[in-house]
Design a protein around this ligand. Structure first.
Ligand SMILES: [Zn+2]
Length: 141
């Protein structure tokens, strides 16, 4: 049965290991695409928030061009999950918002996603913790 929901594959929702693995997943996805096993609309369906952030250049430029349309430089956009944030995470739309999120006293999990603002390709690149800047006593159990 087709699932209705946000058009953002939350590959980050599970614990996926390191960036090496993400890179491997990308190679597999692209190989499947080239063999016709994956449709373009399965790969190029970045959430509007991701596209907006990429267009506003929130994050940093990737060193590579988009593997699908090959003309657009990829942009590395960060999705942030954490306490007090929406359950689906939040994608800051400005650099200031991003900095604010990364400096939260509570720890957040960041998912850096490469996004093509031309064709909407997106892929999780790495995951890293941020925030927790203010030293706080943790409630130990
Ligand atoms: Zn593209």
């Amino acid at each position: 049965m087709a699932e209705q929901g946000p058009r953002f594959r939350r590959r980050g929702g599970e614990d996926l290991g390191g960036s090496l693995e993400y890179g491997l997943r990308k190679q597999i996805l692209l190989a499947e695409y080239r063999r016709g096993l994956k449709m373009l609309d399965e790969l190029c369906d970045a959430h509007p928030d991701l596209l907006r952030a990429a267009r506003h250049k929130v994050g940093r430029a990737a060193e590579t061009n988009c593997p699908i349309c090959e003309v657009e430089q990829l942009w590395l956009v960060t999705y942030v999950f954490g306490k007090g944030l929406p359950p689906g995470g939040t994608c800051p739309g400005t650099k200031g918002e991003l900095q604010k999120l990364l400096r939260r006293p509570d720890e957040v999990q960041c998912f850096e996603v490469e996004v093509c603002s031309a064709c909407a390709w997106h892929h999780l690149v790495r995951r890293y913790p941020a925030g927790g800047i203010v030293p706080r006593k943790r409630t130990a159990r």
